[in-house]
Design a protein around this ligand. Structure first.
Ligand code: GLY
Ligand code: MN
Ligand code: MN
Length: 571
């Protein structure tokens, strides 16, 4: 037996099969909804956007698309696959999550192909090594039964299929995705027949067409995003509830836990960012989500002011948290008296479901018996207000810039209420401290530096080229405040029914961002000091723009009363 295993290992190492033919195919279950021709509708929609982009003289020509799917990545010297995730555009047009696949599409405006484009899918053939080491790809018959393709073959048939198309459609334009490390490369053996046939191959239009098509989601896509949001919402609630149980003291290690035996999940306390992250991911994974849509951001204490904090490795703070503890280290956790400081825990995390994303942020109280401090609650409620007023405005036709402005205006009003920004009635102030003057100064960008949201779909920051026109006139309109409000805004369009966007206002007290405004005449520095230890608060939900307004696809609650009750273990 040992001998046999050794022999097979040697065979595998010596295999000349390229990696993509030896890739793993762990989840080949079809996405049930894909069987309703809606992938074909994605294809038709993409071609129609593509034709709109072409010069008039090219529009009636046959259009061909050649795409490579993602291959399974391998980690060096482990002979073990890393997680496979299909390239989003490939998945959109094929519904295929089989590594190492190709797709060949053909379409012609004004012909019967306008509603019936051809879709030829190429999936790798199962190799002995696949079967022995991993899960093999499906057979051609299985793949044909579970995909919306006109035909399914092995990649070896791709050069001939291309030749046939070139012959059948003289003068066709061939479209590929841009050559870049963002997209899988099409081996030259597959593009050679086009070049040999003097066929015009272009990468100028396809990505733009795909992004435009993907901007508006169909019912099937919305269901997948809804599912990703439900799973992720439960995962956020799991973390909050375990924090609450910790406060109540109901998580008790059983006999021998941590000494004679490891702790079981029911005995885990959350006392570090890493523990919160592990629970979040475990909750998504046990519900079947394969991937996180992005690496979770799990930041406690003043680290919450780092927008895309990426360490997730610090203990909660034990001991006074000052504004300069941004980079506090684990030493803080080892005071003799282990009393948890009042602090926030910001978790920005969402899983994906069948390649569709969630993107949710919750900020929760830690220490202080699971309640926010007075200052943290004031900031939390102000961020909630920014989000609530944004929600009230959402509807098709409203320009997204207006939502960004609503958030800044709400922040300025809130800071004036709290005394962080001076008001015309404060001592030593005047009309230069009016709401309008403060907005015009751009100072609120030091506290809310990012965009209020972005399009979300298969990718978290979805369809960037369709989200942000190169020229945007809106910011020139004085009533929309200061140019800095829009620097990092990823969506610069009027809303449309069927868009899915995040609404994620935040307020941060970052020493880096505050440095340039330390001497600002608008800020009462004494009052600001009281708030700096809050670090940061962000609240992020995913919403669908509907005919009359919006639907919130994120189900975990964020109202202060519920969050505090859960995090303190009262409910
Ligand atoms: N999770 C990154 C973002 O909210 O945009
Ligand atoms: Mn987001
Ligand atoms: Mn997020």
């Amino acid at each position: 037996m040992e001998e046999e295993v050794r022999t097979k290992t040697a065979e595998r190492s010596a295999s000349t099969a390229p990696h993509f033919l030896r890739s793993s195919h762990h989840d080949l279950r079809p996405v049930d909804l894909w069987r309703t021709r809606h992938i074909l509708r994605h294809v038709i929609k993409t071609f129609s956007k593509l034709v709109e982009l072409l010069p008039a003289t090219e529009q009636s020509k046959p259009q061909i698309v050649l795409l490579a799917g993602e291959v399974t990545p391998f980690r060096n010297d482990t002979d073990r696959e890393m997680p496979f995730r299909q390239e989003s555009n490939f998945f959109y047009l094929s519904g295929c999550r089989i590594p190492g696949s190709y797709l060949l599409l053909a379409f012609q405006n004004g012909t019967s192909m306008e509603n019936n484009p051809s879709s030829h899918l190429f999936i790798p053939k199962a190799e002995l090594a696949d079967i022995m080491w991993s899960v093999p790809p499906p057979s051609l018959e299985e793949a044909a039964a579970t995909h919306d393709a006109t035909r399914v073959d092995y990649p070896a048939a791709l050069p001939d299929a291309i030749q046939e198309l070139v012959k059948a459609f003289p003068g066709a334009l061939v479209h590929t995705l841009p050559t870049s490390n963002l997209f899988p490369t099409i081996p030259s053996q597959y593009t050679a027949p086009f070049l040999a046939g003097n066929v015009h191959v272009t990468e100028d239009y396809l990505l733009t067409a795909l992004h435009r098509a993907r901007l508006i989601k169909d019912a099937n896509e919305i269901e997948l995003i809804r599912r990703a949001n439900q799973i992720s919402s439960r995962a956020h609630e799991v973390v909050m509830r375990v924090l609450g149980q910790g406060v109540r003291g109901t998580i008790k290690p059983g006999k021998g836990a941590g000494t004679e035996r490891p702790l079981l999940p029911s005995e885990w306390l959350i006392q570090k960012e890493a523990e919160a992250e592990a629970l979040f991911v475990a909750s998504c994974r046990r519900e079947g989500a394969e991937h996180q849509a992005y690496l979770p951001i799990v930041a406690a204490s003043t680290r919450a002011s780092t927008l895309h904090y990426c360490c997730n490795d610090r203990e909660f703070s034990w001991g006074p948290v000052g504004p300069n503890d941004h980079k506090n280290c684990n030493d803080l956790a080892h005071n003799h008296e282990r009393v948890l400081d009042p602090q926030v825990l910001l978790i920005d995390a969402g899983c994906e479901w069948k390649c569709y994303a969630a993107d949710i942020t919750r900020t929760m109280p830690v220490g202080n018996g699971g309640k926010f401090t007075a200052e943290a609650r004031e900031i939390y409620e102000l961020v909630l207000e920014m989000q609530r007023l944004s929600f009230e405005a959402l509807k098709p036709g409203l320009h997204w810039d207006a939502i960004q402005f609503i958030c800044h205006r709400t922040l300025v009003r809130g800071f004036q209420r709290l005394g962080i920004f001076k008001t015309p009635n404060s001592p030593n102030s005047g009309s230069w401290n009016s709401e309008e003057s403060i907005l015009a100064s751009g100072i609120s960008s030091a506290f809310f530096p990012h965009g209020v949201g972005h399009s979300l779909g298969m990718d978290v920051h979805d369809v960037p080229s369709a989200s942000k026109p190169e020229k945007n006139e809106t910011i020139k309109r004085i009533e929309l405040g200061h140019e800095s409000f829009y620097t990092y805004l990823r969506l610069r369009l009027p809303l449309e029914e069927g868009m899915v966007v995040t609404v994620e206002p935040g307020i941060y007290f970052s020493s880096h961002l505050l440095a340039p405004v330390r001497d600002s005449k608008h800020i009462d520095q004494e009052v600001l000091k009281r708030y700096e230890s809050v670090g940061g608060v962000r609240i992020e939900d995913v919403v669908l723009i509907t005919k009359d307004g919006f639907e919130n696809l994120t189900t975990v609650r964020s109202d202060t009363e519920w969050v505090e009750k859960v995090c303190s273990g009262e409910i």
